[in-house]
Design a protein around this ligand. Structure first.
Ligand code: PMP
Length: 368
């Protein structure tokens, strides 16, 4: 059956919270090489995960990851499956020993889900929660109640649903800082030395769903008990170079292409400037009139997920409908906040933000 490829011009502005927009260059390269990886004779979907071709893909992907992290020698990078949600369980199963306590800083629904799993494993304590104001801010340092000698302190660096983001790291003393960075990983430089463990499902800034990046400080690998199920054991994955079993090969391949693209843009410092510009453009419109009601407090605003409401639910429904018709997809907010959410990850084009702002101005002019 003959079929023309969908022209790029048919693509909408995709504001989905995840899986989310990918760089067009990455999709084009993947499309071009899908039948046959250059020089390999088969596609990425058809080759052994122990083949030299996959050795190269995995090695290149890990290499760029390490470069973007500033080449930290103290941390091991693992590429796993099960999404960020499996890390909600793996983190406590590996790092939370009997008699110790894990501290959780709750800044959104995902942090609550992480805590729920940790409670099944061992002792936990809530170091702070911003739930009383519907997770509209990030707690100040002096609002944290940290457990002396905690096994680790868990935070969520960007709150996908509520649209808040940490713009500084909390001080947690000697305890390893564990961060769920699923929705802002590599959107800005990352101070890896201050983290014990970072994890991120790939499907927002990094690639397709199905691959999860876990970066763990090497000394923490010794905490995992031998009694853990093998597939839950960080050290097993580390010792086997993320190939204890068949890894998510296609996801790793696409992750590698996305990271190459990111390097081409200029790396983390460069993408941060672009992300600041995009977010500022959208927040400037939200601050221009009382018509828009941004959810997050100003000092906690996310650069990735921008949440806002309109004066009434009727107007929100009308806005969502008109936006979809105008080619702006995925703007309906999560029910926990209501209203709208514009997710503008690394690959979201700047012209899409400008176009949305023009659309919003027109909507406000007609309905304000
Ligand atoms: N943490 C955060 C911050 C998220 O945004 C998400 C997904 N939206 C998850 C965890 C869960 O990720 P996964 O679906 O990969 O399990």
């Amino acid at each position: 059956m003959e079929r023309d490829p969908a022209p790029v011009v048919d693509r909408v502005f995709n504001f989905s919270a995840g899986p989310a927009v990918m760089p067009v260059e990455v999709l084009e390269e993947a499309r071009d090489d899908l039948l046959c990886l250059p020089g390999v004779g088969s596609s990425i979907l058809e080759i052994s995960h122990r083949s030299p071709a996959f050795d190269r893909i995995l090695g290149d992907t890990l290499g760029i990851l390490s470069d973007l992290l500033g080449g930290s020698a103290d941390h091991e990078i693992l590429l796993l499956q099960g999404g960020a949600s499996l890390q909600f369980s793996m983190v406590p199963m590996n790092l939370l020993r009997a008699e110790s306590t894990a501290d959780y800083i709750l800044t959104g629904d995902w942090g609550k889900k992480a805590l729920k799993e940790a409670k099944k494993v061992g002792k936990t304590s809530v170091a702070a929660t911003t739930e009383p104001t519907n997770f509209d801010h990030i707690p100040a340092q002096d609002a944290l109640t940290l457990t002396p000698g905690a096994a680790y302190v868990h935070m969520t660096s960007n709150n996908t649903i509520h649209g808040t983001e940490w713009h500084h790291l909390p001080s947690v003393g000697e305890a390893p800082l564990v961060s769920d960075t699923s929705s802002n990983m590599f959107s800005r430089p990352i101070d890896i030395a201050r983290h014990g463990l970072i994890y991120a499902g790939a499907q927002k800034n990094l690639g397709p769903s199905g691959v999860t990046v876990v970066i763990i400080r090497e000394d923490l690998l010794d905490r995992s008990a031998d009694s853990l199920p093998t597939m839950m054991h960080y050290k097993v994955h580390a010792e086997n170079g993320s190939r204890y079993n068949t890894p998510p090969a296609f996801g790793i391949y696409i992750l590698g292409l996305v990271l190459k693209w990111l390097k081409g843009v200029g790396g983390l410092a460069a993408i941060e400037q672009i992300n600041i510009r995009k977010a500022n453009t959208l927040y400037a419109e939200l601050d221009r009139t009382e018509f828009w009601r941004p959810h997050a407090r100003k000092d906690a605003r996310s650069r990735m997920n921008i949440t806002f409401r309109l004066p009434s639910e009727e107007l929100e429904t009308a806005f969502a409908k008109a936006a979809t018709a105008a080619g702006f997809d995925g703007l309906k907010g999560h029910r926990s906040v209501g209203g709208m959410r514009a997710s503008i990850y690394n690959a979201f084009p700047e012209e899409g933000v400008t176009a949305l702002v023009d659309f919003m101005r027109e909507f406000e002019r007609k309905n304000g």
